[in-house]
Design a protein around this ligand. Structure first.
Ligand SMILES: [Fe+2]
Ligand SMILES: [Fe+2]
Length: 373
């Protein structure tokens, strides 16, 4: 019979490298079975000081780890309860990486709802996990302090986006107010700390579609602030940005997160997301026509080459134009652990090259947001 309390002591074998235990970052591993625990621990032991603990054991962690890696079946209520029980301690780790075996929006959003800073779906992939752990994190984490967590707005927003995707996937009601409130908190945060700080924090903590939505929202807010839009338009802008890719909830993650080029069928599936998003939201009383318009048309171009309605020129509204520029820019500068980040200057140059598609005056106004704010 398996012991319910499997505690791995810090690794003794450093593979011959003369690295001392003292300088190796401490990683805490949690799993719902001894096999999974052993798999993750052995993947990390050469580079980290590792302590492992089964989720069904009494929580024992006393030292604050640099990172927590959790590999468990998140559809199990007992597992969720066990993770929640450790929430306070987990929150102190700079990185909380969830290895989710079932690659679905529900599994991934569940992980974010439980506080993941990064989710790696699919079978255990040692090199991906090591790359994620080696990714630069903040040099000095303030996480162990009892002061309010600096990433509160990020975590709230990531959770709002995660629950939005889950709701759509499961056909449950959307928390529109909660999502807008998360957008408002991003606006507060950016007003106070600036866009660069937001971009750095989000890129450090999240990946894939959620990171994208958080980046677009931040960029759109800062663009709106720089243009001096009024409060009502700013609200429309951040709400539209939070919801803009909600139609992606029906696209398999294998396509959404595919690193390489998409084939024709995959591209066709991706291009359905603005209309799908519009369909999800259109009957919701709290979603205004302006937000609906932006969700449906954020991939339209002034020259009529966009989708889904091939709109051109004047039929594309200002909020939509601002969102489209923010969306393209955010997509270019997003961070994936498998590729280098595109510098903001290079991303802005790409926007400048999209002659005829984007409003020239707006792209010019965007320069300050793109490069300096
Ligand atoms: Fe989109
Ligand atoms: Fe987008």
């Amino acid at each position: 019979m398996q012991s319910a309390r499997t505690i791995f002591s810090p690794a003794k074998n450093d593979g011959g490298a003369r690295t001392t235990e003292a300088v190796r970052p401490f990683v805490h591993v949690l799993a719902d079975s001894s096999d999974k625990l052993a798999g993750v621990c052995s993947a990390l032991e050469r580079q980290f000081t590792v302590a492992g603990e089964r989720l069904d054991a009494e929580a024992r962690l006393s030292q604050v780890p640099f990172a927590v890696v959790i590999r468990a079946e998140l559809r199990d209520v007992g597992t969720i309860a066990a993770i929640k029980k450790r929430a306070g301690k987990l929150a102190k780790a700079t990185k909380r990486i969830f290895l989710v075996e079932h690659s679905s929006h529900v599994g991934i959003s569940q992980a974010y709802a439980l506080g993941a800073t990064l989710v790696l779906p699919g079978a255990l992939n040692k090199s991906k996990l090591l790359a994620a752990l080696a990714d630069p994190a903040e040099p000095t984490s303030t996480a162990s302090s009892d002061a309010p967590q600096p990433d509160d707005a990020v975590e709230t927003a990531a959770t709002a986006i995660a629950s939005m995707f889950t709701a759509v996937t499961l056909g449950e009601p959307l928390d529109v107010d909660g999502t807008k409130e998360a957008g408002r908190r991003i606006a507060d945060r950016i007003t106070e700390h600036g866009l660069s700080e937001w971009l750095a924090t989000v890129r450090r903590h999240h990946e894939g579609t959620y990171q994208h939505c958080l980046l677009v929202t931040g960029v759109a807010i800062d663009f709106g602030l720089s243009l001096g839009v009024g409060r009502t338009d700013l609200e429309r802008l951040y709400s539209a940005a939070m919801f803009h890719d909600i139609g992606k909830a029906q696209i398999p993650l294998a396509i959404l997160d595919k690193p390489g080029r998409l084939d024709t069928d995959e591209r066709a599936m991706i291009e359905k997301h603005p209309a799908a998003g519009y369909e999800f939201l259109k009957d919701h009383e709290k979603i205004s026509p302006e937000i609906l318009d932006a969700v449906r048309h954020h991939h339209e171009y002034l020259d009529g080459s966009g989708y889904p309605d091939a709109l051109c020129g004047e039929s594309i509204n200002d909020i939509v134009r601002i969102l489209t520029i923010s969306d393209i820019f955010a997509a270019l500068i997003e961070h994936r652990h498998y590729k280098p980040m595109m510098p903001r200057t290079e991303a802005y140059n790409i926007l400048c090259g999209m002659t005829g598609k984007l409003e020239k005056a707006l792209v010019t106004s965007f320069k300050e947001v793109a490069l300096t704010r």
